[in-house]
Ligand binder design. Sequence first.
Ligand code: MTE
Ligand code: MO
Length: 261
Amino acid sequence: MSKRKVLEDKRQKLLTRRNLIKRAGALGGGLLLTGCDTQFYKPPVVRDGLMGVADIMTMASQRMLMSNEQLVQEHDSSEITKNFPVWNQSNPEDEEYQRLRSTNYQDWRLPVTGLINNPISISLSDLKRMPRRSQTTMHICEQGWSAIAEWTGTPLLSVIQAAGGIKPEAKYIMISAYGGWYEGYDMFDVTHPQTILAYGMNGKDLPLGNGAPLRLRVERHCGYKQLKFIKSIEVVSSVENFGRGTGGLNSDYGFHWYAGA
Ligand SMILES: Nc1nc2c(c(=O)[nH]1)N[C@H]1C(S)=C(S)[C@@H](COP(=O)(O)O)O[C@H]1N2
Ligand SMILES: [Mo]
């Protein structure tokens, strides 16, 4: 083969691969960010030095693999785990949380603020009137266990849309929880159809230990990203101002970016 032919061949391959990634990206999460494929490969945490490079590589390869696989597997109800674990925090010792719990979360409100067109504050009954999705999925904790449950909730994207949509500078959302946890998510996660704010588990209200009254299900991530006891959502252009600035409680304390399930 001539040198020219070899080069032409390579370029052709590259182009098709690029088109594939672009197409998959647009399908996967493009509702708010159509056609903007580079956004999908930006890791939320950019660390200095070698570890930073490792995180970026892990995330880039996960996003590459996941772009062909739109949804995580959904299971049959017969596969639901009988005693789904309650892991880590089970009842935050937070005065405000305890007050809200004492009246069955009647006064609980979810503020959605930051780089969003119409900041809102929504109640549980508001959420329950919005579009609803149920999914039976496997929760995989990075600490070595997994279990299956059915989760019911409002797609995060519907909540963002109810707040008028994001502003152009918006890149991530930060979710804070009662009890002090927080995690950041990029728009790839936010717009994914299986990303829901869950108020139901196995057909009942979300139990206390599993994050009542509201937790996140962001199915392509490991357990630590499934934030429980949700308190507020803020749309941001940078994660720098939260905690130690790496994009979440876990990465702030030295855990590295994990691929999803
Ligand atoms: N607010 C809050 N969210 C949290 C945690 C926590 O301790 N507090 N633990 C995380 C981890 S590591 C896992 S595995 C899951 C556990 O969810 P479960 O208690 O419903 O099993 O919640 C995640 N979200
Ligand atoms: Mo976990």
